[in-house]
Write a protein that binds this ligand. Structure first.
Ligand code: PBG
Length: 324
């Protein structure tokens, strides 16, 4: 046998494999999404996401401290309000749960972590859509943008360092950037959920935020079949001034992620969504996969495809595993 190429040479020992690994994970590249529910004093478990809870303000505080100690990069806060209405008033109310939680998070861990907020109406509307509706019951793009601008100011004033625009309305990055700048909030960063697909993998999230959505989001979120369109959405968000852009979900969209990462002049993040979490947890609970290995493999795969950082419900656990 004589041939020159023996790739296995570089796999012979742990030390060798460690030396030649192409992708590493650092705790700072992990962002933890967190749910904060109004009017509860104890955390409420989310059945479809074992290990994830709707936080009370107290339990939020404790978990934030753990997150800071673990050295993750940041947290993305979602609010679960007690009352919902047609225009999502809770999102713009400075005493709404998300804004209250943001002020608390910034006071507790604002120096250690980048405190970020979900800027979308779906948690706050009684119809569950990400925008407001017109007379025919359709999601009204431009009327929704006005609500987003008001929400942006409320969140930025509460201290959020980075606003996660997850609503998929056209022009959302441009108008929110302008509203922030007009108010002198020039240092508040904007994350554009650039390529966000209408995915079944958001299922458990809907339980997490007590979503009241009856239909679907196919008139604003993207068709899972469309790869090129992901690039178009990313280009638009960059053009409109997004500081960071996102691809979501992650695992089913690694091709889109790689495409976007190859062209983007700004950081590209990916969101390992609730359904991705639930699938691995469920399979592991049956003993069908090795839970820890599956978690780390799934996150490293997302990094390898091009994500600079990953939003994952395992952020703390993964950070601890890396540094152990
Ligand atoms: C919308 C939003 C969703 C998620 C994050 N932001 C749900 C949706 O678009 O229906 C899903 C996150 C997850 O599934 O983990 N504000």
């Amino acid at each position: 046998m004589s041939f020159p190429d023996r790739p296995r040479r570089l796999r012979t020992t742990h030390a060798m494999r460690r030396l030649v690994t192409e992708t590493r994970l650092h705790p700072a590249e992990l962002i933890l999404p967190m749910f904060v529910r109004e009017g509860i004093s104890e955390p409420v478990p989310i059945g479809s996401m074992p290990g994830v809870v709707q936080h009370s303000l107290d339990s939020l505080k404790t978990e934030l401290a753990t997150a800071a100690t673990a050295g993750i990069g940041g947290v993305m806060l979602f609010g679960v309000p007690e009352h919902k209405d047609a225009i999502g008033s809770g999102g713009t109310d400075e005493n709404g749960i998300l804004n209250v939680a943001t002020r608390l998070a910034v006071a507790e861990v604002g120096d250690a972590l980048v405190v970020q907020t979900d800027l979308c109406l779906d948690e706050f509307t009684d119809h569950g859509h990400c925008g407001v509706l017109d007379a025919q019951g359709r999601v009204d793009n431009d009327a929704s943008l006005e609500r987003y601008c008001a929400m942006a100011l409320a969140q930025a004033n509460a201290g959020s360092a980075l606003l996660g625009l997850s609503g998929m309305m056209d022009g959302q990055v441009a108008v929110v950037r302008e509203a922030l700048d007009d108010a002198g909030l020039v240092d508040t960063a904007v994350l554009g959920y650039a390529a966000k697909y209408a995915s079944s993998f958001y299922g458990p999230f809907r339980e997490a935020v007590d979503s009241s959505l009856a239909g679907d989001r196919k008139t604003y979120q993207q068709d899972p079949a469309n790869r090129r369109e992901g690039l178009r959405e990313a280009a638009l968000d960059i053009e409109q001034g997004a500081d960071v852009i996102m691809v979501k979900p992650a695992m089913g969209y690694l091709d889109v992620l790689a495409d976007v990462a190859a062209m983007s002049p700004v950081p590209v993040w990916a969101y390992q969504v609730s359904g991705e979490y639930a699938m691995i947890e469920a399979a592991a609970a049956h003993g069908w996969i090795d839970r820890e290995r599956a978690i780390m493999e799934s996150i490293i795969g997302i990094r390898r495809a091009g994500a600079d950082a990953v939003l994952t419900y395992w952020a703390i656990e993964a950070a601890e595993a890396i540094t152990r």
